[in-house]
Design a protein. Structure first.
Length: 462
């Protein structure tokens, strides 16, 4: 686990959170490359009309990815011509409209709005249910409230990354039903040992997430053998874990070759074939995209900000090849409800320091997929002799704060309706390096065996 190199954001990013409204207008979500003039032309309207309907826009030259715009329907919307066999019809009374975004599928849209593929296809005049396109206006039957149901499984589960199964009583106290194990491919434990761990977890009534990532820090150029990795993923799937996370923090050169960091490459060469292999082996296994390193640092060669990388994944069609979007949050030093005041935040209020804005970024990028926090936690040096230099922002975080903040974050995730799984980093790690990685500072089971966070987390879950 690498924490300090890319943790401190160095770019001030503009983050505004729009609220989707559905009155006498269509709703369009801005994507990369959009301009107001292009959007106006696409929908057969004018820039001034869009500006009038969206008074929050004060500068017509400044719109941002993820922003929701109201497009007046007085002028007939005129998106790019529909493919053959697709004949949209005006939405009848008692329905609502939805504009297809990059990565959408009819099955995902149907789940989101608690309806069926056939119902949407019939209401929207779609002849080929496998063929929808970005910007297409769909009619969603049986709605009209404008409030879609959250995607994915409505239930929320909590778990922890753990060294072993020796602290099951603590897992139960915290209301945790999942554990996470990270496999370093190709030199991790043998598949036999992994199978034993999966079986042992299931024997104790626990579900298990296996993250399969590389075993080399700062991997060399062209060093990832994608075909071998996919073959290994297939072998892991055959062992019957409950979820597989495909790689880890691939937006930084600690985990992906410098100069080759690319969301398109990740989706095409790793995520898509891994998803296909897993589902062909066991369709019940949840596939989670590799969680990104939360950072604003971006020089293209050594790191991409997770916001830019996320958008690249979306544009490459990642939503078609995952059941859940992987998320990491590990640099918090304020309450989860806070949006300012982080000790390391220079006043930019960068989202990666704060829990809520981080969730909002991922949710706004992938609106049709649930989020899975495959690693979230708060570092507390209490009981240890200081903190490593890269973790000075956590120097004053107490165990009581760690416990309270974890419980509050779990409650927020549980109430969100779109977070499916949250894995606390970590349960019981013992490594603590003053010149390196303070893993035990994140542990909720402390040196003396106590677990201040267990009861508060259990209260949330029970």
């Amino acid at each position: 686990m690498k924490r300090s190199r890319w943790l401190a954001p160095t770019l001030a990013l503009l983050l505004l959170f729009g609220v989707v409204t559905a009155v006498s207008a269509l709703t369009y979500r801005v994507t990369w490359g959009d301009t107001l003039s292009g959007i106006a032309s696409r929908f057969g309207t004018s820039i001034s009309t869009i500006l009038q309907a969206n008074p929050q826009i004060t500068n017509p030259n400044l719109i941002y990815v993820g922003q929701d715009l109201e497009i007046p329907v007085d002028g007939a919307p005129n998106p790019t011509p529909p493919p053959p066999g697709t004949t949209p019809t005006p939405p009848p009374t008692g329905t609502q409209t939805y504009i297809v975004q990059s990565g959408d599928t009819l099955s995902a849209i149907a789940r989101r709005f608690n309806t069926t593929i056939a119902a949407i296809a019939q209401a929207s005049g779609i002849a080929n249910i496998n063929l929808i396109y970005v910007g297409q206006v769909l009619t969603i039957p049986g709605g009209g409230s404008g409030t879609p149901a959250p995607p994915g499984n409505a239930s929320f589960a909590l778990g922890a990354q753990t060294l072993n199964l020796n602290n099951q009583a603590r897992l139960e106290e915290a209301g945790m039903t999942w554990i996470k194990y990270q496999y370093k491919w190709p030199s991790g434990d043998s598949l036999a040992n992994l199978e034993s761990l999966i079986n042992a977890a299931h024997g104790k009534g626990l579900k298990i997430l296996v993250t399969v990532t590389g075993d080399s820090a700062y991997p060399a150029t062209n060093s990832i053998n994608f075909l071998a990795y996919i073959d290994f993923i297939k072998q892991v799937a055959a062992l019957g874990p409950d979820a597989i996370e495909v790689w880890n923090e691939m937006n930084i050169d600690f985990e992906w070759p410098a100069g080759q960091i690319s969301p398109t490459s990740y989706v095409n060469n790793m995520l898509a074939p891994a998803y296909t292999a897993v589902k062909a082996t066991n369709s019940n296994i949840m596939v989670i995209s590799g969680a990104l390193a939360p950072t604003g640092f971006d020089n293209t060669t050594n790191a991409w900000s997770d916001s830019r990388y996320l958008a690249g994944m979306r544009n490459a069609g990642a939503a078609n090849y995952m059941d859940c979007v992987g998320v990491h949050y590990n640099a918090g030093a304020t309450a989860p409800s806070a949006t300012s005041g982080h000790p390391a935040d220079p006043g930019d209020r960068h989202y990666s320091w704060y829990f809520g804005p981080t969730l909002s970024l991922y949710r706004n990028t992938f609106t049709t997929r649930s989020l899975c926090l495959t690693e979230f936690g708060y570092m507390s040096p209490e009981g240890f002799g200081g903190v490593p230099p890269g973790f000075s922002w956590a120097a004053n975080t107490t165990l009581n704060q760690q416990a309270a903040w974890l419980a509050e974050a779990a409650q927020i995730a549980k109430n969100s309706g779109y977070v499916r799984l949250a894995i606390v980093f970590n349960l019981d790690f013992t490594k603590y390096e003053l010149d390196g990685d303070p893993q035990a500072g994140y542990a909720i089971v402390r040196q003396n065996g106590s677990c201040p966070a267990c009861a508060p987390l259990g209260n949330v879950m029970n």
